[in-house]
Design a protein around this ligand. Structure first.
Ligand code: HEM
Length: 441
């Protein structure tokens, strides 16, 4: 097991036996990686009584790679919860944008991509060219932001890596992709925080918010809706070279028409909710793995082709999105000998699948020469795999290339607590690093 300082310094009790394990208890994130070996050995499928979507149904945590991989690759048999919610919304006959407690992303899903075929088309036509395989077009822009951020602290010998690099980089990149001015980042970050409220402050595996939290969240996001609406109007009048301008113009072949304002707003909502924090967490954990393995720092510094396997191994070892309860069983199933009835809600524990000893040799060791290093589940897999994986991977690769161009070493500064934020993401709150600067040519 990988006993990193994160775990040693934690004030939470470390699980020793199965009865100690509760992945959703406050502070549980400090010991997720001590819980996974216990679950793999003793309870790879955990029943959560009464925690399904409907009253009387159960939730089930899956931690085996093979089970999670099977589920995400078969959306007919294991439908996504969001698809069910959209189906229910369409049945009401209420116009999606006027339905209560429905954000622009859900409303736009109801019109742009209510079926599996349209989901695929939406992705290929609308997001792939910008944040999927087409993200390569942003290379120069990303490199510029990386360099500007490093310039701000390179003269100092110490950096608070979260607030001075890992957080602002994806914020700047997504603002540039969408065509928002960089001065608006503080506001965008606040809205981004409101969007992910359930993943940070929600209770249990369903990330439930209280009525008050939900009401406050929708109130905070009203400003975002108005802001994007205003930007869409501006860009319809005077298009720029950005994703929103393009979305305003593009003919969506699958439906044979252009997008409405609400639909553009919905795609933008999805880009902000997915694009800001996840990549931040990946970069933070990568920095920690390099502090814990100086030999890796030297290896990837000397051979830049290793950066890609390095970032993939880190995504596998410390997955930013640890787990999501986003699929249901459409028929009776059996996972690892455990009967899971139709209508159960599945919590897919991607992070645990990524360190499953039945799938990975020495699962807690970073090994840059693994076979098919990208087969981890950090971005999920199958037809609904994360649509922003392309741009996130590009950001990580460029970030480490430039950091290694300019730094000779990194190490933990004294005083780090390695504490993580609550919720379902693996987000270190702060991380102070010492570094030696490379002599620049
Ligand atoms: C390290 C970074 C990231 C990680 C670990 C991550 C992980 C994930 C995972 C696990 C899912 C669930 C997929 C499923 O249900 O099977 C997801 C979905 C999603 N991600 Fe990411 N993501 C990252 C970066 C991004 C970025 C940069 C964007 C946007 C530019 C993005 C946008 C989305 C969206 C919109 C969805 C929902 C897709 C849907 O409609 O089902 N993600 N991501």
């Amino acid at each position: 097991m990988n006993k990193t300082p994160n775990h040693q310094l934690s004030r939470q009790k470390c699980p020793v036996t199965l009865s100690d394990v509760d992945l959703f208890a406050p502070g549980a994130q400090e010991h997720w990686y001590e819980a996974y070996p216990i679950l793999h050995a003793e309870a790879p499928v955990v029943r959560l009584p009464g925690e399904g979507l409907k009253p009387g149904s159960d939730g089930f945590i899956l931690t085996r790679y093979t089970d999670i991989n099977r589920v995400v690759r078969d959306p007919e048999r294991f439908p996504p919860t969001i698809g069910l919610a959209i189906g229910a919304l369409l049945k009401t006959g209420v116009a999606p944008e006027s339905a209560p407690r429905t954000n622009a992303m859900i409303a736009s899903m109801a019109t742009l991509r209510p079926t599996h075929a349209l989901y695929r088309a939406h992705r290929q036509e609308l997001t792939d060219p910008w944040v999927g395989p087409g993200a390569i077009r942003h290379e120069t822009m990303i490199r510029r932001h990386v360099d500007e951020l490093i310039d701000q602290w390179i003269g100092r010998g110490e950096v608070e890596f979260v607030s001075e690099f890992a957080r602002p980089l994806p914020q700047r990149v997504m603002a540039s992709v969408l065509g928002f001015p960089l001065e608006d980042i503080p506001r965008l970050a606040e809205w981004g925080t409101a969007q992910v409220e359930a993943f940070v402050h929600g209770r249990g595996h369903r990330n439930l918010l209280t009525e008050e939290q939900l009401a406050a969240q929708f109130e905070r996001l009203d400003g975002f809706k108005a802001y994007v609406h205003e930007k869409v109007q501006e860009k319809r009048r005077a298009p720029g070279d950005d994703m929103i301008s393009w979305l305003c113009e593009v003919e969506y072949q699958a439906l044979g028409r252009k997008l409405t304002d609400m639909e553009v707003n919905g795609v933008v909502y999805a880009m902000v909710i997915g694009g800001l924090e996840t990549t931040q967490y990946a970069l933070e954990e990568q920095a920690q793995i390099l502090c814990e393995h100086p030999e890796l720092f030297r290896a990837i510094s000397n051979d830049r082709k290793l950066i890609r396997p390095f970032t993939e191994e880190c995504l596998r070892l410390r997955s930013p999105t640890q787990g999501l309860s986003t699929r249901v069983t459409s028929r009776d199933e059996v996972f690892q000998g455990v009967a899971v009835p139709a209508g159960s809600l599945l919590h897919l524990r991607f992070a645990a699948g990524n360190v499953d000893p039945e799938e990975w040799e020495c699962p807690y060791e970073p090994q840059l020469d693994r076979r098919a290093v990208t087969r981890h589940l950090a971005f999920s897999a199958g037809p609904r795999v994360c649509p922003g994986a392309g741009i996130s991977r590009l950001e990580q690769t460029i970030a480490w290339n430039r950091l290694l161009d300019r730094l000779d070493s990194i190490s933990y500064a004294p005083g780090n607590t390695f504490e993580h934020q609550g919720g379902i993401m693996l987000g270190t709150l702060s991380l102070t690093l010492n570094f030696e600067r490379k002599e620049e040519t």
